[in-house]
Design a protein around this ligand. Sequence first.
Ligand code: GAR
Length: 223
Amino acid sequence: MPIPKLPIVILISGSGSNLQAIIDAVEENELPVEIRAVISNRPGAKGLQRASCAGLRTEVVDHTQFDNRTAFDEALKHSVEQFEPRLVVLAGFMRLLTADFVNHHLGRMLNIHPSLLPAFKGLNTHARALAAFKAGEIKNHGASVHFVTAELDGGPVILQAAVPIEKDDNPETLAARVLGSEHQMYPQAIRWFAEGRLRLQGNQVWLDEQALDAPVLFAPDDD
Ligand code: GAR
């Protein structure tokens, strides 16, 4: 019996390379989800073209058209809800979300962040990681998939990929390698959720009925 497909909505702001990795995984039958819509807060986001090319429904909720964050989040909530997703996937979505929006989707919203959380929350993670590397404080950078909670980049982490920093890295070369890991890692975490193996209870992540005491370290061959 095929596993029923989990309805999801993906939120983006920019290039959408993580979105593309999810689309590719779905097309290769590696991810039992139905992408009901891709929603961007930026009308010019390249990810919207990727979605259209894949035949997906797209919507724009342009944050510049709203007076404040609450009004934007209300409109975004309305846009998301019409597709009745069981999971909301933030894939390079670069707007802070209100506690109301986050709590409405608690336990059913994932984000990917380009650092080994809790290190380097927020923006410019690659430049900050390089500075820490040069100061001898770290050897690895990476990315994390986490459940979204009201604390910015602070929700419980599910999966992490470590990316060694090279001496001659600059923020762009490092970002490109981290992004490569993101593309492999994000579909896997979404698949765990779609297969009913992953859940959030309180502040605790459960995977395969085990409470995680630390994030899973991503290895490409993990099932
Ligand atoms: C990715 O590196 C993602 O981790 C990051 O934005 C990039 C989006 O790339 N997200 C954040 O920084 C969220 N705090 P993409 O549009 O090509 O997927």
